[in-house]
Design a protein around this ligand. Sequence first.
Ligand SMILES: *[C@@H]1O[C@H](CO)[C@@H](O)[C@H](O)[C@H]1NC(C)=O
Ligand SMILES: *[C@@H]1O[C@H](CO)[C@@H](O)[C@H](O)[C@H]1NC(C)=O
Ligand SMILES: *[C@@H]1O[C@H](CO)[C@@H](O)[C@H](O)[C@H]1NC(C)=O
Ligand SMILES: *[C@@H]1O[C@H](CO)[C@@H](O)[C@H](O)[C@H]1NC(C)=O
Ligand SMILES: *[C@@H]1O[C@H](CO)[C@@H](O)[C@H](O)[C@H]1NC(C)=O
Ligand SMILES: *[C@@H]1O[C@H](CO)[C@@H](O)[C@H](O)[C@H]1NC(C)=O
Ligand SMILES: *[C@@H]1O[C@H](CO)[C@@H](O)[C@H](O)[C@H]1NC(C)=O
Ligand SMILES: *[C@@H]1O[C@H](CO)[C@@H](O)[C@H](O)[C@H]1NC(C)=O
Ligand SMILES: *[C@@H]1O[C@H](CO)[C@@H](O)[C@H](O)[C@H]1NC(C)=O
Ligand SMILES: *[C@@H]1O[C@H](CO)[C@@H](O)[C@H](O)[C@H]1NC(C)=O
Ligand SMILES: *[C@@H]1O[C@H](CO)[C@@H](O)[C@H](O)[C@H]1NC(C)=O
Ligand SMILES: *[C@@H]1O[C@H](CO)[C@@H](O)[C@H](O)[C@H]1NC(C)=O
Length: 462
Amino acid sequence: MSVFIWAALLSSVTCSSADISASAWGRQHCVSGYCVTLNEGEVTVEAGLCVVIPCSFRTGDGFTPKHLAWYKCEVSEPRCGNPIMIFHTNNSIKVQSGFKGRVSFLEHDLSQNNCSIFINKLKQSDSGSYHLRVIGELNGKPDGFSFSPRVTVYVKGLKLKPTVMIPTLTEGQQATLTCTAPGLCSGSVPQITWTWRGAGGTESYITGNSTDFKTENLTAFTQRHISTLTFNPSAKHHNTNVTCMISFTGETITEETSTLNVNYLKEVKISGVTRVKEHESLNLTCSVESFPPAFIVWKSLTTNINPDNGTNTDLYNDTGSATLVIQNVAAEHSGQYVCEAKHLDTFLTVNVNVTVTYKRNLQITGNTTVEEEHVLNLTCSVESFPPALIVWKKLSTNPNLHSGTCLYTGSATLNIPNVTAQHSGQYICSAEHLNTTVTSYVSVTVTYLRQPLIIGNTTVKE
Ligand SMILES: *[C@@H]1O[C@H](CO)[C@@H](O)[C@H](O)[C@H]1NC(C)=O
Ligand SMILES: *[C@@H]1O[C@H](CO)[C@@H](O)[C@H](O)[C@H]1NC(C)=O
Ligand SMILES: *[C@@H]1O[C@H](CO)[C@@H](O)[C@H](O)[C@H]1NC(C)=O
Ligand SMILES: *[C@@H]1O[C@H](CO)[C@@H](O)[C@H](O)[C@H]1NC(C)=O
Ligand SMILES: *[C@@H]1O[C@H](CO)[C@@H](O)[C@H](O)[C@H]1NC(C)=O
Ligand SMILES: *[C@@H]1O[C@H](CO)[C@@H](O)[C@H](O)[C@H]1NC(C)=O
Ligand SMILES: *[C@@H]1O[C@H](CO)[C@@H](O)[C@H](O)[C@H]1NC(C)=O
Ligand SMILES: *[C@@H]1O[C@H](CO)[C@@H](O)[C@H](O)[C@H]1NC(C)=O
Ligand SMILES: *[C@@H]1O[C@H](CO)[C@@H](O)[C@H](O)[C@H]1NC(C)=O
Ligand SMILES: *[C@@H]1O[C@H](CO)[C@@H](O)[C@H](O)[C@H]1NC(C)=O
Ligand SMILES: *[C@@H]1O[C@H](CO)[C@@H](O)[C@H](O)[C@H]1NC(C)=O
Ligand SMILES: *[C@@H]1O[C@H](CO)[C@@H](O)[C@H](O)[C@H]1NC(C)=O
């Protein structure tokens, strides 16, 4: 953006005899061979910035210019009865203190006829009309000529904002923000400060930051002032604001606030119950806190449960979080499920093992009628997941026989190799599955056949 603002001519003082011709520098006004070229139109500039008043002049015959001076009049004083000197090419002549050091002459060689000036660090009080006076000798005698065309400059409050450049921010990767001050004035080095507002808008600061300031010389009179803020972005900086504030000469302040977007990815989290009862519903949510939101897909590594009967197909997809819901689960829904999150170019996967619990009816196999000295072999089993705890017990009034015999998971075999008649009676198989117990009674009969017993007197009296 250029701050070379072409100055204007205050046209109320043109004389009928004036010779007016237009050029790129503005309009030329001549009176008795003394000409000045200034641009028309009012100049409005923002405080803290600078202005260039382009100007060229020519003097009448016999006049030798030695010095140039610029004067300022208040806008409220159209007749300009009380001009104040703001610049003189002779440094030993005192100019109004407020302008000291702020006005530069663009061309030091008067023979070039260039009377352009540059006013820096503009203040609102600099508003006014400016005109040129040439000082020299006319036919060997000291003389001077004040040009009546004037340039009107309005200085208003600073509205231009700094330019803030933010690269792509990624958590853990150092980044540098750049803030460029508006205006390209030399001399008025602005103070550039950065502030950061954390979550909730509370003023805070970015730990471990570093700032740098640099000035680039563009031309003899223009400079660009840049401040950089280098820090290590993290998730906590996402959606927070950073402000670059520029202060020219401590009074004019302009600022620009930018919202930071930080690419970050937190761990993949799976919530929900992975162990469900048959006929109930499975409801698992996979979520990833990230920016931008991650694309999430649930996949199943088990077969034949997908809607299209395929394997490894996407079940549910979404951004940020995806919920896998299977109503009325069956045993075959048990297995591994995968939540895959895609964030930018990164893939993250988390496996989860889903367990469907179920229990079928208790079954007892084997012969409950067994001959003495034979083997009693009864098996009690329950098809279930997880396997049930199964205990065989004999119901007896004799406490010595009331003891667990076998304890297996899934199935238990009651095996008595050499039964005696005492083994007859009621047996209980009880199966404990997920804190519920089912029992089944079975009656065992031991059959036996003793040697025939002959009772009588083999010695008989005749
Ligand atoms: C950041 O600035 C925007 C407007 O610029 C505002 O709406 C938002 O609330 C600010 N956020 C914080 C965390 O201050
Ligand atoms: C940078 O860190 C310093 C302290 O080390 C702090 O005063 C300043 O506010 C920080 N700047 C930002 C923009 O957070
Ligand atoms: C810019 O110019 C100033 C004088 O106008 C000089 O002091 C400074 O060293 C220059 N800086 C660079 C980076 O050239
Ligand atoms: C799944 O669980 C979440 C909370 O855990 C609940 O908000 C949602 O309604 C459940 N979905 C179904 C289909 O039950
Ligand atoms: C999926 O398989 C089941 C039996 O395994 C079948 O009844 C059903 O029609 C199949 N669905 C599709 C969409 O092929
Ligand atoms: C996500 O699922 C919807 C249907 O549930 C499907 O239309 C879409 O194509 C899927 N997107 C991807 C990328 O798999
Ligand atoms: C899921 O089960 C498989 C074996 O079936 C095992 O290798 C894996 O570690 C389990 N994963 C989790 C998360 O428990
Ligand atoms: C059980 O055993 C008895 C005696 O050994 C035998 O008579 C009976 O046929 C058997 N029953 C079955 C169903 O095997
Ligand atoms: C069975 O038990 C009886 C009495 O306890 C014993 O006499 C017999 O030898 C046993 N039979 C076998 C095959 O162990
Ligand atoms: C008990 O019976 C089962 C079949 O019901 C059989 O497989 C097993 O070998 C038998 N055990 C003995 C010790 O006879
Ligand atoms: C079974 O009971 C024990 C304590 O009695 C308890 O800690 C456990 O969570 C229960 N398990 C189920 C599946 O209800
Ligand atoms: C058997 O009969 C004989 C003669 O009649 C008699 O002497 C004997 O006492 C009897 N023995 C028993 C055990 O009765």
